[in-house]
Design a protein around this ligand. Structure first.
Ligand SMILES: Cc1cc2nc3c(=O)[nH]c(=O)nc-3n(C[C@H](O)[C@H](O)[C@H](O)COP(=O)(O)OP(=O)(O)OC[C@H]3O[C@@H](n4cnc5c(N)ncnc54)[C@H](O)[C@@H]3O)c2cc1C
Length: 636
């Protein structure tokens, strides 16, 4: 039986009760403990800064040249907080209910409630850090709405919220670096986790500039390495986003939960070039003012301005009148896909739909729109050459966010002692579909509020690790890393890691995309196995591994993606129901909505590694709903 450490008692009191029961460490003793944080995005940087502020010695590493280049910087639309500034009926309970329902009842109730409960404090903290949130004329913070809710609870800084949040958090981190309490290591990539007798005691990292392998020991390890959407190759994630850290933890015994829960964002700029490395997102916030439509007639090739109003289908408004264009992402992506499959897609590949600002332009004018979304409009214009104030945007669904990740309990601890996982890297809170603006929130709730309390408890319970960096466990792990690098560099074939990645992306998009089927998933596994065999036999990576070598980095990440992709297919095949973003064609209502099977699948699917070539073991963590009974989602 999996112990998720959710405390008993009323939902509204669980976190308070949990904190009362967590052990403390006296301020004078904290500097005896060393915490290693891998990843310096919003989750990792806020955790490192907060832990250091409390007096712990912290090392934080990122594979980038600065924490400020972490993928969090790309977040556009906003961060949620249940403050009810708009007096529109919002509150902690409503946010909890929206989030649990938005995730189609595949998240832990207690975690979701805590996310909503702490949201207001996150906003206060960010304001204190100087984040320049949008304000009303009178000075109060302004809110807008996001998908799957009927209130406005999203705080934002134009279309650059992630960047502004990261600047604030980075400031706190640098304060600790200058105070000597945080050691910041850039250009270090975690290659493996060192585990001794079930306890995580450190990592092996590669210095990306010199190629040197380094041993980093710590009393606790925190993984904050973000999501794995880039397994699809073309996604909205940063090019260097990867799954290697979480995958290597999985191979060392950490459990992986719900790997198939991947979100497709409905409003991305369609790919325009075969050699493209990533996709660009157009934030969900645009759907506050933009209206999504397709021509009524299939194959209508007229330019949008020539299509009269009565020949347009504002399909989200038609299908989901209560929420209109702001339905959750899974619904919007699926509806878009149906339109495209019916031949009503637009643009050069007929795979896009329009996002039209004409009404809003008439209502509020171009200046206000630019004030709200200026940088997004500029990005779109730069990429496509078209001005969204003159012609509707063309958008399509694309891989964006991963709700699955390393399994964590209510304390954000994995099943390995000493190993915590925060931010997008874990499986918590979002269920089968994340609501917009809840991820930035989760990074901060995890990093700045929950982890510092629960990690302290763990350190107080377990004491210091006795394993030093020169211990044989580190040496053994380092030898394995070196061997893996040597093996990859030994390949003298013609196949490049990039080619393998792009072919893997095609397989996943075809079979594990917006919709899936049992037959397709089995085909995907076969094709992935074939690609994996080619990767082993025909890869060519030049160089000696002793300097900056991006091709080697890519080869290692792609090798991990191949293994993860197979687990995603297995998980998707195994979950014989549709829920949130996991849409199995075999399980749908008459109107094409996802059909859950609560009797058999109201659980987190928790996978355990059994070695290369061995089938993974499936454990199940039952989801218990004491507060909100699961119902079929209705957004009509
Ligand atoms: C275009 C876009 C827009 C978005 N907009 C919003 C929004 O408006 N609101 C919202 O709530 N969410 C949004 N999201 C989602 C949100 O941005 C992310 O989920 C969140 O920022 C993830 O933060 P993180 O700290 O968990 O990970 P990241 O920010 O991805 O940071 C990961 C860190 O780990 C490091 N790392 C990774 N692997 C290794 C390794 N092996 N070794 C060492 N370091 C490693 C990276 O270098 C980086 O420092 C958006 C996402 C995208 C793609």
């Amino acid at each position: 039986m999996i112990d998720n450490k959710v405390p008993p008692g009323p939902l509204t009191e669980k976190w308070t009760r949990c904190q009362q029961e967590l052990r403390l460490i006296s301020p004078s003793q904290r500097n005896k403990y060393h915490v290693l944080v891998v990843g310096a995005g919003l989750a990792g940087a806020s955790a490192a800064a907060t832990l250091a502020e409390q007096g712990y010695r912290v090392t934080v590493m990122t594979l980038l040249d600065s924490p400020r280049r972490s993928h969090s910087v790309a977040a556009q639309g906003g961060v949620n907080g249940a403050k009810n500034y708009c007096n529109d009926g919002d509150g902690v309970y409503r946010m909890f209910a929206d989030t649990l329902r938005g995730g189609d009842f595949r998240a832990r109730e207690a975690g979701v409630y805590r996310l909503a409960e702490l949201s207001a404090r996150v906003i206060d903290m960010l304001v204190a850090q100087g984040v320049p949130f949008a304000r009303e004329y009178g000075g109060s913070l302004r809110n807008r709405s996001f998908g799957g809710v009927q209130v406005s609870r999203t705080f934002y800084a134009r279309g650059q919220t992630g960047q502004q949040l990261l600047l604030g958090v980075h400031g706190s981190l640098l304060r600790q670096v200058h105070a000597g309490r945080v050691c910041l290591l850039t250009r270090r990539e975690m290659l493996d986790l060192v585990v001794v007798e079930g306890r995580a005691v450190g990592v092996i990292a590669r210095n990306l500039l010199s190629g040197a392998l380094e041993n980093h020991a710590a009393d606790a390890v925190v993984i904050a390495t973000g999501g794995y959407s880039s397994v699809f190759q073309l996604s909205t994630n940063a090019i260097r986003s990867n799954a290697s850290a979480v995958w290597r933890c999985y191979r060392r015994g950490a459990w992986f939960a719900n790997p198939c829960f991947t979100q497709f964002h409905p409003t991305c700029v369609p790919p325009f070039h075969a050699a493209q490395s990533k996709l660009t997102l157009m934030s969900e916030s645009l759907r506050n003012d933009g209206r999504i439509w397709v021509p009524v007639q299939a194959g209508d090739e007229r330019c949008p301005a020539q299509i009269p109003e009565e020949e347009r289908d504002y399909f989200l408004e038609r299908l989901y009148p209560a929420y209109g264009n702001l339905v959750p992402r899974d619904l919007a992506s699926r509806a878009t896909r149906s339109m495209v499959e019916a031949g009503r897609g637009v643009g050069p590949t007929a795979a896009a739909v329009y996002l039209d600002f004409a009404d809003a332009l008439e209502r509020v004018g171009a200046d206000i729109l630019k004030e709200r979304y200026g940088n997004l409009f500029a990005m779109y214009r730069e990429i496509t050459g078209e001005n969204p104030c003159q012609a509707p945007m063309q958008i399509c669904p694309a891989p964006h966010f991963t709700m699955g990740g390393l399994w964590v309990d209510y304390h954000l601890r994995s099943n390995l002692s000493g190993l915590f996982v925060i931010g997008e890297a874990n499986c918590a809170d979002h269920g089968a579909n994340r609501l917009g603006a809840n991820s930035l929130l989760q990074t901060m709730v995890d990093g700045a509020f929950v982890l510092p309390r629960t990690l302290t408890h763990e350190l107080a319970e377990r004491g210091r690790s006795t394993v030093c960096p020169d211990d044989s466990a580190f040496e053994a792990c380092r030898v394995q890393c070196r061997e893996r690098i040597r093996h990859l560099l030994g390949g003298k074939g013609q196949l490049t890691p990039r080619e393998v990645h792009s072919r893997l992306g095609e397989i996943l998009l075809k079979y594990v995309g917006v919709s899936r089927s049992a037959a397709g998933l089995l085909s995907a596994r076969q094709e992935i196995a074939g690609l994996q065999a080619e990767f082993e036999a025909s890869l060519g990576v030049v160089g000696d591994g002793e300097s900056l070598q991006e091709e080697l980095e890519r080869a290692m990440r792609v090798g991990d993606f191949l293994e993860l992709a197979d687990l995603m297919c297995l998980d998707a095949w195994h979950r014989e129901e549709s829920c949130g973003a996991h849409f199995r064609q075999e399980y749908q209502t008459d109107s094409g909505e996802p059909l859950r099977n609560d009797e058999k699948f109201a659980h987190l699917a928790v996978w355990a590694w059994n070695g290369s070539g061995q089938a993974a073991t499936l454990h199940r963590e039952p989801l218990v709903f004491e507060e909100l009974a699961p119902v079929q989602r209705k957004y009509v």
